[in-house]
Write a protein that binds this ligand. Structure first.
Ligand SMILES: C[S@@+](CC[C@H](N)C(=O)[O-])C[C@H]1O[C@@H](n2cnc3c(N)ncnc32)[C@H](O)[C@@H]1O
Length: 316
């Protein structure tokens, strides 16, 4: 069984997809203790909680596949590695992955990132990433895939996936998955009739903008979002892209009109459902804010699973 090392592992959404395709995570790095706790509750390994900048490559066990949904940061000067300090004075995190790839030379590297990685910093960021992969001798494919089109989950989530191969033969055998029909609806991942904890409901006592919400929210087949000055309706019957800042301020947590005509936020569990996590995935006792952030930071698991299965077909 091929061994996976997971960087920027979060709660392990990428790992889950790869494990479903038969791979085995033997190492994970994540410096956020809350996300690492969630990871450990669900995978049988201890998370390396060091900052990736502080990890010597020798302290990482050997592995075949690198997984990394790394944070997207600007590179200051293309091609000049001395110029890669961000404003916090830390090196660009992609170069920490390069440092590890250089020594470990895994057979495959899988990266996930925001859709605009390609246009970020006028294309410079992506150019640098590609030139580093070229320099290391990797051949790669990349594509933006929407979870609703490629993962059969009712979330509008466009993300770029990059799959890099050390061996030309593996690369030649690999293809990205094709789109599939969306057969699930928001009602499969959100229960509009279930009574949830009081904290999730909005009311005129708790929310200044409650009357505005009441006026606009009139469908049980739509997900809504309060955007500070207006209520946004997602007419496509999809959940809008879940984001990490759902945890802060709470305004971006998607809203529904329940069958009892009450207005409430999605629960953290529903957010994990919307990312395609199975119901067997355990959520720890942590604040809702932390769990929203972890769900928003994670990935559409079924999309990753489909890519991982294509990798398995190509190399096994
Ligand atoms: C976009 S999230 C990836 C989430 C993951 N794909 C998942 O399924 O949950 C990026 C993660 O990188 C972690 N991270 C950011 N900088 C880091 C660093 N310097 N060292 C280790 N982890 C870091 C963050 O805490 C965050 O959980």
């Amino acid at each position: 069984m091929l061994k996976v090392a997971s960087f920027f592992a979060g709660v392990g959404g990428v790992d889950l997809g790869f494990e479903k395709a038969g791979f085995n995570t033997i190492y994970a790095n994540e410096f956020d203790d809350y996300a690492a706790d969630t990871f450990e509750l669900n995978f049988g390994i201890d998370v390396d909680r060091r900052d990736i900048n502080d990890i010597s490559v020798d302290s990482i066990p050997d592995f075949d596949i690198m997984l990394a949904g790394f944070p997207c940061q600007a590179f200051s000067i293309a091609g000049n590695r001395q110029g890669f300090d961000d404003e916090k004075g830390r090196g660009n995190l992609f170069f920490e992955l390069v440092r590890i790839l250089e020594k470990k030379k895994p057979r495959i590297a899988f990266f996930e990132n925001v859709k605009n990685l390609v246009s970020h910093d006028k294309g410079n960021t992506f150019r640098v990433i590609c030139s580093e992969l070229d320099r290391l001798g990797y051949k790669y494919l990349f594509q933006v895939l929407n979870a609703a089109e490629f993962g059969n989950i009712p979330q509008n989530r466009e993300r770029i996936y990059i799959v890099a191969f050390r061996d030309k033969k593996d690369y030649a055998e690999f293809e990205l998955p094709k789109s599939i029909p969306l057969k699930t609806t928001i009602h499969d991942v959100i229960d509009f009739s279930k009574k949830v904890d009081d904290t999730f409901y909005y009311s005129d006592k708790k929310n200044k903008f409650y009357n505005e919400l009441k006026e606009h929210m009139n469908s049980h087949d739509t997900i809504y979002q309060w955007r500070r000055v207006y209520v946004r309706e997602n007419k496509s019957n999809l959940v809008p892209t879940l984001t990490a800042n759902m945890g802060t301020g709470g305004h971006n947590v998607p809203l529904i009109l329940t069958y009892n005509n009450e207005i409430r936020k999605l629960t953290p569990r529903e957010c994990f459902n919307v990312q395609g996590f199975p119901s067997s995935y355990l959520l720890p006792e942590q604040s809702n804010g932390r769990l929203y952030k972890q769900a928003g930071n994670s990935v559409a698991v079924p999309v990753v699973e489909r890519i991982a299965k294509k990798i398995a077909q190509a190399i096994l």
